[in-house]
Design a protein around this ligand. Structure first.
Ligand code: C2E
Ligand code: CA
Ligand code: CA
Ligand code: CA
Length: 279
């Protein structure tokens, strides 16, 4: 092919060629993965002091026939760039609602499931109908579903994003929205107070950096901000008892992280819940 097109490739170094090939290969594989149902959800519990597990975050994994379990860090960015995130995200929503309906039918209707929504997925004009389809297909009580989005989604067009979110919340009472990775963007107090979000998730870099004074100040500041706006707060990346104690001392009681649990399969989730209910 290179021969046929003469010097078409003269600006590409061999490394660039390899990178292009790798990406094309990954892209093809990812499209096939959606069709072949190689995508699966893992679930990481969110723990609240006194209550135990109060919810789970759904985290996608690619069960690759050759490579084993592939983490989202290796394919979500490409999925975003190529638009594959739209069908991928729709599949994640369906799988998450399936799990949620199972929990709601088996005496765990107080638990919530939170699902990551990428910017490109939210921008899709059919986003609302995909959320509706997943909730309706499995007859899920929307009070159990939380959608996590990063600040970037709101910053680009806050008025439009707020309108669309409010529409969904009206249509599905109890459905809530969460800002993920909070603190890494540029949210101001006034901006945050205008958004129709209910929960703030403190980014894990601040939690893992709690041994440093400036991170302690940031975390304390975020918790105070969130409380003054009457929002809920979750800390992620909680890895040790010092993290737990610092967060609780300042009023953040919902924790997610390796200190409690790593992401787990659906079977493990049911096992962990069973144990919690029998102790
Ligand atoms: P995220 O939304 O910030 O999710 C939290 C990530 O931190 C997860 O990585 C989780 O396994 C990891 N984590 C949780 N607790 C700890 C801890 O104590 N220590 C450390 N070091 N890590 C912890 P994961 O599953 O690899 O996901 C990475 C990112 O991929 C997610 O970050 C999210 O941005 C994206 N992602 C995952 N699933 C989906 C999905 O279904 N849709 C979309 N659009 N993005 C997803
Ligand atoms: Ca998340
Ligand atoms: Ca996060
Ligand atoms: Ca993150």
């Amino acid at each position: 092919r290179a021969k046929e097109r003469g010097n078409t490739y003269r600006f590409f170094t061999p490394e660039m060629n390899r990178e292009v090939t790798r990406r094309l290969h990954l892209e093809e594989g990812l499209r096939a993965a959606i069709c072949a149902s190689q995508l699966t959800l893992y679930f990481q519990p969110i723990h609240r002091n006194g209550d135990g597990i109060v919810g789970f975050e759904a985290l996608v994994r690619w069960v690759h026939p050759g490579e084993g379990l592939v983490l989202p860090g290796d394919f979500i960015t490409l999925a975003e760039e190529t638009g594959i995130i739209v069908p991928l995200g729709a599949m994640v929503l369906l799988k998450a609602c399936h799990m949620l309906s199972h929990l709601q039918r088996h005496g765990c209707s107080n638990l919530y499931l939170s699902v990551n929504i990428s910017p490109r997925q939210f921008d899709d004009p059919f986003f609302e109908s995909k959320v509706a389809e997943a909730l309706e297909k499995y007859k899920v009580d929307p009070r159990g579903l939380k959608l996590e989005m990063t600040e970037g989604v709101f910053i680009r067009n806050p008025v439009d994003a707020s309108l669309r979110i409010n529409d969904l919340k009206t249509r599905f009472p109890g459905l809530t929205f969460m800002i993920d990775d909070f603190g890494t963007g540029f949210s101001s107090f006034s901006y945050l107070s205008k958004l129709p979000v209910d929960v703030i998730k403190i980014d894990q870099t601040f939690i893992s950096g709690l041994d440093q004074e400036h991170n302690r100040k940031i975390v304390k500041g975020i918790i105070n901000l969130v409380k003054s706006l009457d929002l809920d707060v979750v800390a992620e990346g909680v890895q040790n008892l010092e993290h737990v104690e610092y967060l609780e001392k300042h009023g953040c009681y919902q924790h997610q992280g390796y200190y409690y649990y790593k992401p787990m399969t659906a079977d493990e989730l049911l096992h962990v819940l069973w144990e919690q209910n029998h102790h």
